[in-house]
Ligand binder design. Structure first.
Ligand code: ATP
Length: 346
């Protein structure tokens, strides 16, 4: 069992508070992604779990054992960091074998693990090369292979695919997910790439300014963002937001159209809808088309609704031009509502 429990962890660098009271449990064998914009504290949290950084307060538990008082080596963790410390004077084989030799595993077992993980990461043909002669993307795959070869209970990865080109990244992503599930590893994976997060994660922890604002399954984060920030951060193109004014008895007025909405005590809310959750039909939001971008399977429309920018993803068959006015109807059950002051979902 390698459940990871983070209790009330905070971190300050001088007067700057990088993490505010983080509470998070990563279940045994779970694939947890930490997702957030640059500087939100993802790497700092990972480094605290790994023992490379000391928390200012709080505790870290792994597999029922308190580890924040132990050195990194005592925590039973393998890590892949952004700067992938691959030794240039060693061959790819010896880089991957490094930790296995430290553990004094028999040569046959070392051979088996190195070959298997190198194959998975598609670097089997590079095993005899010196790592100093590799490209950045190849070195990154060596670093991932080295961590996987340890067959750890817990693996921490910080943007491990950031140096790969788009196609290889896609392939490696699928491989990684399969391998880690098969080896029953508990994984924490840091990225700022929301597509990567959605495709890999059992659960995503969305971070903003040193806080975890939502920890939930990818579909939950996408469909039911806990805050306006999550709604605007996840999804491409992002969610649309429009002001909504109370119209009496659970009805809300949005850009001149009356909608059923929540029974809130406030008079003003924010109405939100994803660009792909709109149909064309009567009685909808009046949208003036500004820009038409055919994307193959769909068309992305940049419009104005009640003077505010508003995007819609529509069928590629639709015959539409800039200057047209469309009536956009939210799909049933897809509108969301936020408190404009706190940003919390209603
Ligand atoms: P990125 O995606 O760019 O790697 P991140 O979310 O991983 O960003 P962190 O590296 O955790 O962000 O940094 C969080 C904040 O803490 C940043 O504002 C950063 O400048 C600050 N920070 C990190 N390490 C230190 C340090 N050693 N001293 C001072 N400030 C630091």
């Amino acid at each position: 069992m390698a459940e990871i429990v983070i209790k009330n962890v905070a971190k300050s660098f001088g007067s700057f508070q990088a993490l505010h009271s983080i509470d998070l449990t990563i279940r045994d064998q779970e694939f947890m992604v930490l997702l957030g914009a640059s500087g939100c504290g993802k790497t700092t949290l990972l480094r605290i779990i790994a023992g490379l950084e000391q928390a200012s307060q709080g505790e870290v538990w792994i597999g029922g054992r308190r580890v924040d008082t132990l050195p990194p080596r005592g925590r039973g963790i393998a890590m892949v960091f952004q700067n992938y410390a691959v030794f240039p004077h060693l061959t790819v084989f010896e880089n991957i074998a490094f930790g296995l030799r430290m553990k004094k595993l028999p040569q046959a077992e070392i051979d088996r693990r190195v070959n298997r993980t190198a194959e998975l990461m598609q670097i089997g043909q590079l095993l005899k090369r010196y790592s100093g002669q590799l490209s950045g993307g190849q070195r990154q795959r060596v670093a991932v292979a080295r961590a996987l070869a340890m067959e750890p209970d817990v693996i921490l990865m910080d943007e491990p695919l950031s140096n790969l080109d788009a196609l290889l990244r896609l392939e490696m992503r699928a491989e990684l997910k399969g391998v880690l599930a098969e080896s029953k590893t508990t994984t924490i994976y840091v990225t700022h790439d929301q597509v990567e997060a959605m495709s890999l994660a059992d659960r995503i922890s969305v971070m903003n300014a040193g806080r975890i604002v939502q920890a939930a399954t990818p579909i939950e984060v996408y469909r039911n963002p806990a805050t306006r920030f999550v709604g605007s951060f996840i999804g491409n193109p992002p969610m649309n937001f429009l002001p909504a004014a109370k119209n009496g008895s659970g009805k809300w007025r949005v850009a001149g159209v009356s909608f059923d909405g929540p029974d809130a005590s406030r008079d003003i809310l924010e109405f939100a809808i994803r660009p792909e959750d709109l149909d064309i039909g009567p009685g909808g939001l009046a949208a003036t088309v500004r820009l038409v971008e055919p994307l193959g399977a769909h068309i992305l429309l940049s419009c104005k609704v009640g003077g505010a920018p508003f995007r819609a993803v529509v069928d590629s068959e639709l015959n539409v031009s800039p200057g047209d006015t469309l009536s956009l109807v939210p799909k049933p059950g897809r509108a969301r509502w936020f408190d404009p002051e706190t940003g919390a979902a209603i």
